[in-house]
Design a protein around this ligand. Structure first.
Ligand code: PBG
Length: 321
């Protein structure tokens, strides 16, 4: 006598009946890049199949996202003006602020905005530079101002990705003081200093002009430190915690799931997307199958939400099943 696990794999029906993890459209958030200017829909060369849109060209893609049943978008701004302290990030008529107002006007999508400074600063770092170092506490004032301006424009949730200490608290305070008690915070809690962000930095023009981000983003060797980051963000009031990137960090997602009860978002980042696209183009892999395997593995590791550039393709596939 021995156990025959193959009995429950014998055909599609029984496989579906015992399936433990199923990817849903409800799990997905689509990252969307908005750019200053008019009449612009330009493909992002490093993120094939994804585009930068000017505000006047958003309607069609927003309607498509809604039609596919995707619940939310994560908005990234590509501003035309940069300075030392990222002024255009919190301008009332800034690119993200205008995009959010338009999306609110024409849809019911859940709007999350990326709150950071790197696209907006001339030096490309995620904060205010003092003596060649990103000054934590000075940066908090700006991060809070940016978050508030997004909330004013109509964002449902803000997502700080700068990795300064104390940012969740600073944002929660300024939102509450200004009457935005129901605007949530999805914190990029365990955000690693990763080479997987390369294609994004090309898309958003946010490469640091000197040095790297290792003094604020996490060392990829560490996992207990990630648990501290998450613990602090939860204490400070984060509603959703994020692990980023996803694929090389499935253990971090699993540790988070086992230790915390907050919803977890995982960011399937630009480099992960670009690798799939490149290998598919070479004919080495079957893109559609690989994407389902990857996203299901992220969910199996414990993520509730997956932010992914594959979201539209996946939703299309799930819809015509
Ligand atoms: C901004 C930000 C980055 C990403 C999301 N927000 C770039 C970075 O930290 O350098 C990366 C997303 C991706 O690679 O898809 N700080």
């Amino acid at each position: 006598m021995f156990n025959r696990t193959r009995r429950t794999r014998i055909n599609d029906n029984i496989r579906a009946l015992i399936r433990e993890t199923v990817l849903n459209i409800d799990d997905l958030i689509y990252p969307l890049f908005v750019v200053e200017g008019n009449g612009i829909v330009e493909e992002i060369s490093s993120l094939e199949g994804n585009y930068r849109y000017s505000v006047d060209k958003l309607d069609e893609i927003i309607k498509e996202i809604e039609r596919l049943g995707i619940r939310g978008v994560l908005i990234f701004g590509v501003p035309s003006f940069k300075d030392e302290c990222g002024t255009s990030a919190y301008a009332d008529d800034g690119i993200v602020q205008r995009a959010v107002r338009r999306i609110k006007e024409i849809s019911n999508l859940f709007i999350i905005t990326d709150v950071c400074m790197c696209q907006y600063t001339s030096h490309g770092h995620c904060g205010i530079i003092k003596d060649g170092y990103v000054d934590n506490d000075e940066t908090l004032k700006f991060i809070a101002k940016i978050a508030l301006s997004h909330a004013r424009a109509g964002a449902d949730m803000v997502a700080p990705s700068d990795m300064m200490d104390g940012r969740v608290k600073a944002i929660r305070n300024i939102l509450d003081e200004n009457g935005y008690k129901n605007v949530g915070i999805m914190s990029y809690s365990a955000k690693y200093a990763s080479s997987f962000y390369g294609p994004f930095r090309e898309a958003a023009d946010s490469k640091p002009q000197f040095g790297d981000r290792k003094s604020y983003q996490m060392d990829f060797s560490n996992i207990r430190e990630a648990m501290r980051e998450i613990e602090y963000d939860i204490e400070e009031g984060a509603d959703i915690v994020m692990v980023k990137p996803a694929l090389s960090y499935l253990d971090v997602i699993r540790w988070t799931r086992d230790r915390f009860n907050h919803p977890i978002a995982a960011y399937n980042v630009s480099g992960e997307y670009a690798m799939v696209k490149a290998a598919a183009k070479m004919g080495y892999i079957d893109e559609e199958k690989i994407v389902f395997e990857i996203l299901t593995s992220i969910k199996r590791a414990g993520a509730d939400i997956i932010i992914t550039y594959h979201a539209l393709d996946v939703a299309r596939k799930l819809n015509n099943r």
